[in-house]
Design a protein around this ligand. Sequence first.
Ligand code: FAD
Length: 366
Amino acid sequence: MKRIAIIGAGASGLLLAKLLADRTDMQTCLFEQSSKVGFKVRASGGGRANLFNQNVTPECYNHPDFIRSLLNKVGPEKLWRTFEAMGLLLAADEEGRVYPVTQFSQTVVDVLWSPDAPNLHTELEYEVRKISRQGSQWHINDYPVPFDAVVLATGSSASLPQARQERHNAFLTDFNLKTCPLEPSLVGFKLARYPRRLSGCRVKVEAALYHNNELIHKEKGEVTFKDDGISGIVILNLSAYYNRLADKRNCEIELNLLPDCEVDIEQYKRDFGSLKGILHPKLNAWYEQHPFDVKKMKWTILEPYGLEFAQVCHGGIDLSEVDEHFALKRFPGLCAAGEMIDVDGLCGGYNLFFAFASAIVIAQSL
Ligand SMILES: Cc1cc2nc3c(=O)[nH]c(=O)nc-3n(C[C@H](O)[C@H](O)[C@H](O)COP(=O)(O)OP(=O)(O)OC[C@H]3O[C@@H](n4cnc5c(N)ncnc54)[C@H](O)[C@@H]3O)c2cc1C
């Protein structure tokens, strides 16, 4: 009987454990540092779990070539069928975002988590600090039984409190893997010369990221003005494109505050004396004192907010260390799944998709 260890009961670890639980040729042990499984799955999609996106394309990620090859093995249809075969019924919205029919993320954890499966053993509140090899067997901390294969599924330090970020994935240091520096992604930005009085204002805009005056990406959606910067799903997506820039100086965000309104601003002002009928009151008050181009409101980016505010990490285990089956090339018997690898995607289900798809590929290759 082959013995498999999975480190981390998050999105990728839970799905992998579920897929392996029926395998009679394997005994799987799932190690989770927390007392509960699936923390980020439960937090995802505002508690609804946006599990994946039917319109996933390689360009939604920072490494399109790697994703292109992954999509040849696991696409959204396969993931849909995999979940439905487990009894997790799904529904997609008009933008292809897929959720459990319950619209409740706990459902996903309840379906994936099968602690009573005969071939699955779970160790909760068990933090893995050391993974070492003796011959062809792997040892975890001082756990009494060795393993034939270990799957690392410990995710990233995104959204963790600062004090826990440094310790996260510290066990990887022993392997001397090539890694890419961790940067917050899917996160808001602090802005220069920003008036705190806009804080709390939520508006639908078209937001564009410029680098050295060159357009990098733009899209429409809602933004939220914070105390010292800006957030909202469109801004989170801009942060993913921002992370792909080698030189991050001279980046600006441009907001069209009236994206779906053809109104001639000067004519409107002449007709009505102010913009209070077409601008959010806080933006109008700011405009009255510091007139700006309503269709091109420009802000210089100071920096993204910290990792603790990010939904995902840009960076992690370099792809040169990983083969197409998510095995670590230099360490036979060791695989890495999900967000601990240097792959990050846009908002809309792309990050959970990557975590789940990597688990399916690993389950097939084990
Ligand atoms: C607020 C929020 C909302 C999000 N919403 C979405 C969304 O709607 N759609 C989407 O696609 N993505 C979303 N994401 C991103 C998505 O949740 C992650 O990309 C995904 O969960 C990563 O899966 P993973 O398996 O790699 O890691 P995780 O799900 O983070 O799981 C890692 C697990 O490993 C455990 N662990 C870590 N270190 C150790 C250790 N040393 N020993 C034992 N256990 C350990 C952790 O406790 C955790 O349970 C969101 C993220 C956040 C923070």
